[in-house]
Every structure is written in C-alpha cells, then in structure tokens.
Design a protein around this ligand. Structure first.
Ligand code: DGL
Length: 293
C-alpha cells in the first residue's frame, strides 16, 4: 500500500510544473479538456477515460464514488496538481466524497466539477427563467442541477430530461442516421413544449452533438456547457495556490492520455473529437481505492 503522497513523492520539483488531472467515463470529458487547452495552453494535462466501466450514466452513487476515488488516486500518482471531474454523472454523485477524500489525504489538491459552472452560466443566460436540462439518468436523479440552479436563483425553473443511451450512441461513434436524429428529437420534445430558452448540456458527451441539438431546439435557445466556465475556475484555483505553470507564451503544454479499456478505439474517437493526435495512449487499471490513505 502506498503512503501518503507529499511534495517529495510528486518528484520534489516545482509543483507548478505538475499536470492537471482530468477524467471522465470515456471521451466526453475531452469536450472539457478542449476548453482547458484553449484557455490554459501552457499547462500539461493527464486525461483518463474510464472506458472499461463506461457508461457511468446509469450507475449508483456508491459505484461512482468508488470509481472516482480510484481514478483520482491514479491521477495523483501521476503527479496531478489539481483534479477536474469532467463528467456530470461523477460530479453529481461523487464530488462531495472526492473532495472530502482529497482533504483527508492533506494534499491540498483542489477538485473541480462540471455542475456548478454550468448552473451559473445557465441562470445568467436565461431571459424567461425557464431552463432545460439534458443529462444521463444518474445525473437527473441526483437532483444536483436543481440544487445548483436554486442556489443561484430560486425563481428559475428547471425541466430535466433523462437521456438513457445518448452518451453511448456518441461514444460508440454511431452514424447520426434518421433513427438517432428521431431519438434525439423525442428527448428534446418536452423542452420545446415548455418553451425553455436555455438548455444545459448536462453530460460532457453532449457538446459533441451540439449542432444537432441546436437544429432541433431552434436558434433562440442558448446551449450551455461547462468547459469554458470550468476553465476559468481552474485558472483561478491555480493562481490562488500559485500553481500556474510558468512557461513562457511560446511554449505549449503537453497532454497524456490514459484509458481503462481498449486503446485503439479510444485513440481513434479521441483524435476525431479533439481534432489532434492523442499520441501514445496508455491502458491503466486504477487500483482499489485507499492506496493513498
Ligand atoms: N460523460 C459523462 C457525463 O458527463 C457520462 C456518460 C456516461 O458515462 O454515461 O455524465
């Protein structure tokens, strides 16, 4: 069993040079990584897609807490200086547990999730006070968005639509044929009926089908995703702890990619979605939680 990780185990070097850890159940979190790459180009990233245990969107809170802690520990072993939970299901089920766990390890590692930044953006964007939410069944059932929206503005209403299998359709790289478009149209129907003017994409896979959603929902609807707002939060968290990478403007950071399942399909899909070569992808088996205790 590994001991507690401290500065020395992180390599003993400048902590600002350590990477930012990002994870999701699969390729959806790449939509968050994309924004992090835009806004924090000097940082290094280590991204883990838990593809062997995908999908997360219909799993229990207990499972997601366990998976999230296991992955966080794997990313800390890779010297992550901050963790981004780039998965709405994991954020809504496991963020408090993960934050607590990181506090217990006394690493002072910040853990940032995707729900709150989206809720803030959506409340700022709505004119009518009627917001829609498309998310996995686990995320909808958690009530995390209702709480986050109500915390910002209790007078805004949220119409949540659970979308079983939609993340799988995206992750499997299925053709967007008439059947898929018809399915997405049905999912959006309640939001159209209730005339929401803002829709939260409450699964990090969904920005990958933003063009289809915008066509179906109409031009007057604002789609809200978490990436850009979360990138700002990461920027603030790093500078508050003096952890921002001090590379000069000309030097870009590097990203490393890990997955728990099959490597080739992850690399192929990831390269397509991120529109850049992922390089060597490493397969990992996160150890059972508790390795850092
Ligand atoms: N990308 C994940 C999310 O944001 C979930 C997809 C899944 O694993 O079901 O919720």
């Amino acid at each position: 069993m590994m001991g507690r990780m401290d500065g020395a185990q992180h390599g003993g070097s400048d902590p600002r040079l350590r990477p930012i850890g990002v994870f999701d159940s699969g390729v959806g979190g790449l939509t968050v990584l994309q924004e992090l790459l835009v806004w924090l180009p000097r940082e290094d990233f280590v991204y883990l897609g838990d593809t062997a245990r995908f999908p997360y969107g219909e799993r229990s809170r207990e499972e997601l807490e366990r998976f999230s802690v296991e992955i966080a520990e794997e990313l800390l072993r890779r010297r992550a200086k901050l963790l981004v939970v780039a998965c709405n299901a994991a954020t809504s089920a496991a963020l408090p547990c993960l934050t607590e766990r990181m506090r217990e390890t006394t690493l002072g590692i910040d853990v940032l999730g995707v729900v709150r930044p989206e809720a803030l953006r959506a409340v700022a964007a709505t004119r009518s006070g009627r917001i829609g939410l498309l998310a996995t069944p686990t995320t909808v059932a958690s009530g995390a968005y209702e709480r986050a929206v109500a915390a910002v503005d209790p007078h805004v209403t949220l119409r949540a639509v659970p979308c079983p299998t939609l993340a799988s359709i995206i992750q499997e790289g299925r053709q967007f044929d008439a059947q898929v478009v018809g399915f997405v149209r049905e999912l959006c129907a309640p939001l159209r009926r209730e005339c929401v003017d803002t829709v939260i994409l409450g699964c990090t896979h969904y920005p990958l089908i933003a063009p289809m959603l915008q066509r179906i929902l109409g031009p007057e609807v604002t789609l809200v995703s978490s990436g850009a707002a979360l990138a700002r939060q990461v920027e603030h968290a790093l500078s508050a702890r003096d952890l921002a990478n001090s590379r000069t403007d000309e030097q870009e950071g590097q990203s490393r990619f890990l997955c728990t399942g099959e490597i080739d399909s992850f690399r192929e899909l990831g390269t397509r979605f991120l529109q850049m070569p992922l390089g060597e992808v490493e397969q990992v088996q996160p150890a059972a939680a508790g390795a850092l205790a």
